[in-house]
Design a protein around this ligand. Structure first.
Ligand code: ASP
Length: 274
């Protein structure tokens, strides 16, 4: 059975679930694992209610740097800290399919995007500006300690987006994010790190959301992938999430015959099967 699973970010409003379901319906029609996950992510990048593409979080200095990645068995494409493009996930797909590299970062990623025809685009929104202003205010008032605990981070967490698919026996994964807020320019989260925020192989596909630093330390996505087949997928995801204690995290995954979406806080998601 074909399946597509989407998430709109750990900590995002559960009311967005209907919208995510609509996006799943549209993306599923692509009828191809890679194209379906990419389409799903593009739809969420274009919606300012999600923290990816338009609507991405701002860094403390007011800049917007985005990370995105795609993965299929045996291949990967990612962009790190890309700026001023509308759809980072499309650039990530081009890195995988049209460049000799797997990951491009910073100004090199931007130059590559322009070469591939992606025009200048400003993804900033009032929502992102207001969120940053609130953080700056808190910093000025001394309400944020120098070394904060990730739990404290919660109100500044992003609403990163991701999708995994199993279509006609093929797996694919895609992810895109403006990163968590309260971060320095240049910070890189889990999303574009294979094995951490995304993984896809012959046995399935996994995408994570939540505090990127914690997800990288635990290599969440490849851990879930490596355990596929050991027990029901949902149980694996639950066990891996439990290891994070109260650090906000979410996972979506598909294996050969099941799919799951799990989070330890609200996470709008959709599971489309046919
Ligand atoms: N994992 C993302 C990051 O740390 C944020 C998120 O999932 O909302 O960049």
């Amino acid at each position: 059975m074909n399946a597509l699973v989407l998430h709109g970010g750990a900590s995002n409003k559960i009311e967005l679930r209907e919208r995510v379901e609509e996006f799943a319906d549209i993306a599923f029609r692509e009828g191809n694992a890679l194209e379906s996950v990419v389409k799903a992510v593009v739809l969420m990048e274009d919606d300012p209610l999600f923290n990816a593409g338009t609507g991405s979080n701002m860094r403390l200095d007011g800049s917007i740097q985005m990370d995105a990645a795609v993965m299929i068995p045996g291949n990967f494409g990612g962009v790190i800290n890309i700026e001023n493009v509308k759809n980072p996930v499309l650039v990530a797909r081009d890195v995988m399919l049209k460049s000799p590299h797997l990951i491009l970062a910073g100004d090199g990623a931007i130059k590559f995007a322009r070469k591939m025809g992606y025009e200048y685009y400003d993804p900033s929104t009032d929502k992102a500006r207001e969120k940053r202003d609130k953080i700056i205010e808190k910093l000025k008032n001394g309400e944020i300690p120098e070394y904060y605990h990730p739990k404290f981070f919660l109100e500044f967490l992003g609403d990163t987006v991701g999708a995994v698919a199993r279509i006609n026996g093929k797996f694919a994964a895609a992810v895109s994010t403006g990163g968590t807020s309260l971060t320095l320019r240049g910070r890189v989260g889990d999303s574009p790190i294979p094995g951490a925020g995304i993984y896809c192989g012959e046995r399935g596909a996994v995408v994570a959301t939540g505090i990127g630093e914690e997800i990288i330390k635990r290599m969440l996505s490849i851990n879930v992938y490596n355990r596929m087949g050991e027990m029901p997928l949902e149980e694996i995801c639950k066990e891996e999430l439990e290891k994070f204690g109260d650090v906000p995290v979410g996972i979506i995954a598909v294996d050969e015959n099941s799919e799951c979406a799990q989070s330890n806080l609200t996470m709008p998601y959709a599971i489309k099967k046919e």
